[in-house]
Design a protein around this ligand. Structure first.
Ligand SMILES: Cc1ncc(COP(=O)(O)O)c(C=O)c1O
Length: 428
């Protein structure tokens, strides 16, 4: 494949955009090489600036659950655009999507829209602190909740009480209020709570982790976390930015039958436009401005184009719940196909998948938290990534990312992907 035009565009971008990208992982730093510039996409396929075509497993990092340029979403945005793109006043469509989201997701009564998953998680934590009057939060090593300061805290060695910032610019003052726990380790969470009695406002978790590969909760971990939070008057925040409207209509809460106190959304809820949201019962949400004292706002929050895209997306998902079974079946098919291809070539690996999320780890060990995920062989992953790209299959350029399965993928596409794995596995 030739990447001449992509390389030229990247060189131009580097002159005026730091690292040539507007979000770091796009820069291919984890896998080497230069990023590919995409000019258009339709269904399951991306086309780059050199006219190479790829089966897409990034899917804009999650939103495109029905595939690219999905017609009802495109039509909704085009129609709305003709009527003006932003007013900064209430609009009817905001209530429509809010009512629909509330009807699809268990255990929420009110929802506030923002512009990104980062904003949703940041605001949810502020609300939890304002509601409980407590300062500290627990997050899990390897979970990503966006780039706001409280979340950019590095994994320590197991049960650490005080986090250390992993980005310059995050102050020690902020870091000390973020306590790090080990995913899938309830004893560790118990210890942290015991050591910080009465000081913890909330536990925030990806109910299926998707930012250290795909890691499902094991052995009733979420159920035990729920009980622990209730017993200690700590709010449980499900960061469903990735899992919301993806694992089920009602997200992970529905899939695992567990109630969170606050739920964060992003990605799918915006249908590919910049939308985030956070939601809870009326009692908690009434602490939010203008009803209550916890301040939160946004010039473009509830933007009509973004709401139109999100509403069209949620309407499609709401009408056809069979989609979630189809997605899970496709994921299973791919899981087995990839496993067979790697096994035939004696490539050590572990594959995790839940619903329409899947990740391939080049390690023999079970991958159940950040530490075990980090054991994956990155040199093998790099070769795998570039090999797959050359075969016309675009997976995320980092071993710590989840692949997303979309309804637009046909079984022929999945077979093509599996054939590509057979070819690439021979080179690993
Ligand atoms: C689970 C989770 N939470 C929050 C975020 C942040 O969302 P955004 O990138 O829209 O700010 C992400 C982004 O990948 C995510 O995966």
């Amino acid at each position: 494949m030739s990447y001449t035009r992509s390389s030229a565009l990247f060189a131009q971008a580097e002159k005026v955009i730091p690292g040539g990208v507007n979000s770091p992982v796009r820069a291919f730093k984890a896998v080497g090489g230069t990023p590919i510039f995409i000019k258009e996409a339709k269904g399951a396929y991306l086309t780059d600036e050199d006219n190479n075509e790829y089966i897409d497993y990034i899917n804009s990092w999650g939103p495109m659950i029905l595939g690219h340029a999905y017609q009802p979403v495109v039509d909704a945005v085009v129609e709305k655009t003709k009527k003006g793109t932003s007013f900064g006043t209430p609009t009817e469509i905001e209530t429509k999507i809010a009512a629909l989201a509330v009807s699809m997701v268990p255990n929420i009564e009110m929802i506030r829209f923002v512009n990104s998953g980062t904003e949703a998680c940041m605001s949810a934590v502020r609300l939890a602190r304002g509601y409980t009057g407590k300062d500290k939060i627990i997050k899990f090593a390897g979970c990503y909740h966006g780039h706001s300061d409280s979340f950019l805290i590095q994994a320590g060695s197991g049960a650490v009480t005080f986090g250390a910032p992993n980005s310059p610019g995050v102050t020690q003052g902020t870091a000390k209020d973020t306590l790090l726990a080990v995913y899938n380790d309830i004893e560790n969470v118990k210890q942290i709570i015991a050591a910080n009695k009465g000081e913890i406002a909330c536990v925030i978790i990806e109910p299926v982790a998707g930012n250290m590969g795909c890691i499902p909760p094991k052995n009733n971990f979420l159920q035990q976390l729920r009980e622990l939070c209730t017993d200690n008057k700590i709010l449980l925040i499900f960061d469903e930015v990735m899992t919301g409207f993806r694992l089920a209509k009602g997200g992970a809460q529905e899939l695992f039958n567990i109630k969170a106190d606050i739920v964060c959304f992003g990605k799918v809820i915006g249908g590919g436009l910049p939308v985030g949201a956070f939601a809870a019962n009326k009692e908690i949400m009434s602490h939010l401005a203008p009803l209550g004292p916890v301040y939160q706002a946004g010039t473009l929050s509830g933007n009509p184009l973004a709401m139109a895209a999100g509403l069209a997306m949620l309407q499609e998902l709401n009408k056809d719940t069979a989609i979630y079974n189809r997605l899970a079946e496709k994921t299973e098919y791919l899981h087995h196909g990839i496993a067979d291809a790697l096994n035939e070539n004696n490539i050590t690996h572990t594959i995790n998948s839940v619903g329409s999320m899947i990740s391939v780890h080049f390690t023999a060990d079970e991958v159940l938290n950040f530490e075990t995920s980090a054991k994956g062989n990155n040199d093998t992953f790099k070769k795998f990534f570039h090999g797959m790209l050359n075969q016309g299959v675009y997976i995320a350029p980092s071993a710590f990312e989840t692949w997303f399965i979309t309804d637009a993928l046909s079984y022929a596409d999945l077979d093509k992907t599996i054939r590509a794995v057979h070819t690439v596995a021979k080179t690993l």
